[in-house]
Design a protein around this ligand. Structure first.
Ligand code: ATP
Length: 838
């Protein structure tokens, strides 16, 4: 019988089966998520399955196994019992789940071509498919979802979910990872909530055995948020949103140049029915003039407000007008605001030559950007861990990210809160809707208002509160620096402060290369790469007395420093000399900006996302060449000084199998082990179907084992198995146009820094003591600080505290978070699983 003791023992001893599916609208990075779940599941000793075509596939199951019987069986649940049919189905399930774990290296191929060829590859009528390690090879850089997605009406009904539950149990699937938007996750939540009832019904109609009902009494399910809208509550980013934002910004950047050429207005419609994230972020990143988002309709009549803002922009001399409108934009009475309505207003009331562009499905993305690949990979790993740790008493989780922290949130609450946003909007409670969004959203909205506002005298601070604030860049240029400068200038303008630009770093200051910057001058800077102010590595100690007298001469009351490790050192040096030079006793803030991401404690620096994208673009191209020649290993050299950040995160995003960093170094034993791994790996490739492989080496990983040495060694050792070539990416890694994430982060952090500077400058002037009293350095240390993303928060850390976490000799932070990702590169690359443990 189906519940015979031997069958159930076999089931109990079988390795867990973990399945992954994608559902709802596709988004870039879904493939990376599937790849990560599959690899992590196999790594942790599970069998990996994919469910094709979302919930639809799960409801349908596999025709060949269930055939007529199963369909009849499911019917029985509704109309009574058919013990014979049910027993046969259950026995088949027992048999299939008792197949022991088989190593899956080199076994794949079935799904490699993606779902479009799936039918030809023998998957016709089969939606639940066992996959091996190599099935998901090369998936990182593919857009959309290769396992297919669908909208499934049947799953909205209990019958459909009953079939889905039956299929899961029949295939012995213990745990399910669902990657999709809030609809798909609502479905996941309902399935879990109803699970005991479904199991009971299946058992009552004898479609499953008692043993099966017992073993599968609890459904382990986890959500991965794959959605371009970034609309799920509780997470800063959803898989696919960064790529969609990139595509939008590329389009808006191109439109901007034609708009400026013809002095035109463009209204650009972007996706987002209930969520204005894409519209707002695109507005922030491209320096748009106005944004319409569902969460915050204009306070008064939108036509009047819009015209007032745009008119001011034109009055100060802007030649172009860019308005971004979310598809779900509404006014306070919940009437739609459509791109064409806006066009009419701009043409009729402002006389602007106005065009409408609807970006449509191009926004879904195509090739995922680095951030999506990394996010999906890290979240896929966390999803498998969450599934394997799940207990009947734990809630189902959705995997989230806050600033830089991957965490789990109860699925039900996240979904409920997301739906509440739409409800609040429909109730016209817009502040309530905004409050439900993540704090970052609100901050970005505020930043956009500062960055786009032309202020009247009456909007500004009272005269006695106004300051002279200066900005300076130090170190190498990095993406997002100019966006930060632009926001600094716009913030100063909005508040009535005087904004001074110090050109060419501290040498520039010593040469009096200091100029005021006005609103219009910085207009196009949001999208520019490099450093418009000019930058170099010279520190204030080059002539501290000179720097002090120049700060005093220009009346600078607050200073914003933007740069890499040098920015931290500059703040530190100024703070250390405050006792000697009173003009250094001003509030000083720094924004980390460096592709090396080596500023202590700061988990992110401006520019590192741009550089990761440059690296990923180059590696994708190189990989194509490596794959075309079938059996080639490419050794790619990256920049980064003594910091392996770019190498490690780049390796994770590009799918490199090995990565060498300065932190870990290179030794002979390691090289022997890595060569062994590559030999084993190439040997496991299916004959004639071997592909290239990527190795990333940080430029200063070793003085002796250079990129050239590694390449020649691999060539020699590869013998007839594989060949080796090298490529050095050098300064291309600084990236051209900064990525939208760097631009928006630059803007957001600049606003926070300006507020910090203001607050401390006012406090200092209120407390100004007679010059005879000694300066209390201890008490003031906190007013010289670096803004840092640490875990899930953004905090100011004094240069003194930061110094405690710095390795001054190597110019890096101690114990950076990303170092553990080196292991993950090797896990995803397969070295860990192939006996290459250290
Ligand atoms: P996107 O972000 O693109 O909108 P989504 O996951 O929200 O993605 P939906 O079309 O809303 O996309 O949902 C996808 C599928 O999830 C639906 O076709 C349906 O099968 C299932 N689903 C959605 N809502 C529910 C629900 N309330 N109950 C059961 N299943 C649901």
């Amino acid at each position: 019988s189906a519940s015979s003791p031997s069958a159930s023992t076999a089931t109990l001893n079988a390795p867990p089966k973990v399945a992954v599916m994608t559902s709802g609208g596709d988004s870039a990075g879904m493939n990376a998520a599937v790849r990560s779940v599959v690899k992590m599941a196999i790594f942790r000793g599970c069998q990996a399955y994919v469910i094709r075509e979302g919930w639809e596939g799960l409801v349908r199951g596999n025709e060949e196994e269930q055939g007529e019987q199963s369909a009849a069986g499911v019917e029985q649940v509704k109309h009574g019992s058919n013990a014979a049919a049910a027993a046969a189905v259950a026995a088949a399930a027992e048999a299939s789940s008792s197949t022991g774990f088989v190593p899956t290296y080199g076994e794949g191929e079935l799904l490699k071509e993606g779902v479009s060829e799936a039918e030809e590859l023998g998957l016709k009528g089969r939606y639940i498919v066992r996959v091996g390690w190599d099935d998901v090879r090369g998936w990182l850089d593919q857009g959309g979802t290769l396992i297919g997605t669908a909208r499934c009406a049947a799953f909205r009904q209990q019958d459909g979910r009953l079939r889905a539950a039956h299929n899961l149990i029949k295939h012995g699937i213990d745990a399910l990872a669902v990657c999709g938007g809030d609809g798909s996750l609502t479905g996941a939540d309902r399935l879990r909530a109803e699970w005991p009832e479904l199991v009971e019904k299946l058992q009552a109609s004898q479609l499953i055995s008692e043993a099966q009902a017992k073993r599968y009494a609890h459904l382990k399910i986890v959500g991965l948020v794959g959605s371009i809208d970034n609309d799920l509550a509780g997470t800063d980013l959803t898989i696919g949103a960064p790529t969609a934002l990139s595509r939008i910004c590329e389009a808006v950047d191109s439109i901007s140049s034609t708009a400026a050429s013809h002095s035109r207005a463009f209204v650009i419609e972007v996706m987002g029915r209930h969520c204005g994230w894409l519209a707002l972020m695109a507005g922030l990143a491209t320096g748009a003039d106005y944004c319409f988002i569902p969460e915050q309709p204009p306070k008064g009549k939108w036509e009047d407000e819009l015209c007032e803002v745009l008119q001011k922009h034109r009055q100060v001399g802007k030649r172009k007008t860019i308005v971004i409108v979310a598809e779900g934009a509404i006014d306070r009475e919940l009437n739609d605001i459509k791109a064409d309505d806006i066009k009419v207003v701009l043409s009729d009331r402002l006389g602007l030559d106005t065009r409408v562009t609807t970006l449509g499905h191009t926004q879904r993305g195509g090739r995922p950007v680095a951030a999506d690949r990394i996010l999906a990979t890290l979240q896929g790993v966390e999803a498998v861990n969450a599934l394997l740790e799940a207990k009947p008493s734990t809630p189902s989780y959705v995997i989230t990210i806050r600033e830089n922290k991957i965490t789990r949130a109860p699925l039900m609450e996240a979904v409920a809160q997301t739906q509440l946003v739409a409800k609040r909007i429909s109730e016209k409670d817009f502040d309530g809707a905004l409050a439900l969004r993540d704090p970052e959203f609100d901050e970005c909205l505020r930043s956009f208002q500062f960055a786009s506002k032309v202020a009247e005298e009456g909007d500004k601070l009272p005269k006695d509160k106004r300051l002279t604030m200066a900005i300076i860049n130090v170190g190498a240029p990095a993406g997002g620096m100019n966006a930060a400068t632009r926001t600094f200038v716009r913030y100063c303008h909005a508040r009535g402060h005087r904004a001074l630009a110090i050109h060419n770093g501290f040498t520039g200051l010593l040469e009096d290369n200091v100029t005021p910057l006005d609103w219009l001058r910085v207009d196009a800077w949001a999208t520019r790469g490099g450093s418009e102010l000019g930058t170099n590595r010279v520190l204030p100690s080059v002539d501290a007395g000179g720097v002090a007298s120049k700060l005093q001469q220009h009346g600078i009351q607050a200073l914003l420093v933007v740069g890499g490790f040098e920015a931290f050192l500059s703040v530190k040096e100024l703070e250390e000399r405050r006792e000697q030079y009173p003009s250094f006793r001003i509030p000083i803030a720094a924004i980390p900006a460096t592709l090396s991401n080596n500023v202590p404690l700061c988990e992110f620096s401006l520019g590192s996302d741009t550089s990761l994208n440059a690296l990923v673009d180059a590696c994708d191209a190189i990989k194509q060449s490596a794959s075309a020649s079938r059996n080639r290993v490419f050794v790619v050299e990256t920049q980064g000084g003594k910091s392996g950040y770019l190498a490690v995160m780049g390796a994770l995003a590009a799918g490199a199998v090995l990565v060498y960093t300065p932190e870990v170094g290179i030794n002979l034993k390691m090289l022997g082990r890595d060569v062994d791994f590559l030999k084993k790996r190439f040997a496991l490739d299916v004959a004639g179907k071997s592909e290239g492989r990527l190795v990333i080496r940080s430029e200063r990983a070793s003085e002796v084992y250079t990129t050239d040495f590694l390449t020649r060694m691999l060539k020699e050792e590869g013998g007839g198995q594989f060949d080796a070539r090298s490529a050095s990416l050098g300064h291309t890694l600084q990236g051209g146009t900064p990525s939208p994430l760097d631009r928006t982060r630059g803007t957001r952090l600049a606003v926070r820094c300006c507020e910090f500077l203001e607050e401390h400058a006012w406090k200092a002037s209120a407390a100004s003591s007679p010059s005879s009293s000694p300066y209390d350095r201890e008490a003031q240390a906190h007013t010289a600080a670096i803004i840092a993303i640490i875990g899930s928060g953004v905090v100011f850390t004094s240069s003194r505290d930061m110094a405690k976490h710095a390795d001054m000799k190597n110019r890096v932070g101690k114990g950076a978070w990303w170092q553990k990702c080196k292991d993950l590169v090797e896990l995803m690359g397969g070295r860990r699983g192939l006996g290459g443990e250290d």
